[in-house]
Design a binder for this molecule. Structure first.
Ligand code: THU
Length: 133
């Protein structure tokens, strides 16, 4: 972990992961985002017996953040899984809506940061709202 803020972000994701509601997949995910205002928001995956209504940890964190702050910019995203895993395509699209150009994604297990990537490497050409009529 490079900074104290990063440590806090990681801790928030680990803590949120403890609340993961994942009785179907048994795959616990915790996520935390750092916004440009310096705030940290965390989330866990919340599954549903319909399966399709399941919400990923990253989107839980982002929806919490937007409902608290309104329009915001994401500087960093931490995802904690065991074993380490990448965010799904739907979460990448939602991150893209709010990510700053330098947004960084840290992929972690519950102990360490295992991969540090720029968001642009995950989704170099996201669907862009400026294309909407
Ligand atoms: N999951 C996440 O929380 N984030 C992702 O980016 C990938 C998948 C969750 C959804 C589901 O509860 C479980 O992991 C298995 O797919």
């Amino acid at each position: 972990m490079e900074t104290e803020k990063e440590k806090s972000l990681f801790k928030a994701a680990v803590k949120a992961r403890e609340n993961s509601y994942s009785p179907y997949s048994k795959f616990k995910v915790g996520a935390a985002i750092l916004t440009e205002s310096g705030n940290i928001y965390s989330g866990c995956n919340v599954e549903n017996c319909s399966f399709g209504a399941t919400i990923c940890a990253e989107r839980t964190a982002i929806l919490k953040a937007v409902s608290e702050e309104g329009k915001l910019t994401i500087k960093k995203v931490v995802v904690v899984t065991e074993p380490q895993a990448e965010p799904c395509g739907m979460c990448l699209q939602v991150i893209a809506e709010f990510a700053c150009p330098e947004c960084v994604v840290l992929l972690c297990d519950s102990k360490n940061v295992l991969k540090r990537m720029s968001f642009g490497d995950f989704l170099p050409n996201p669907f862009d709202p400026s294309k909407l009529p």
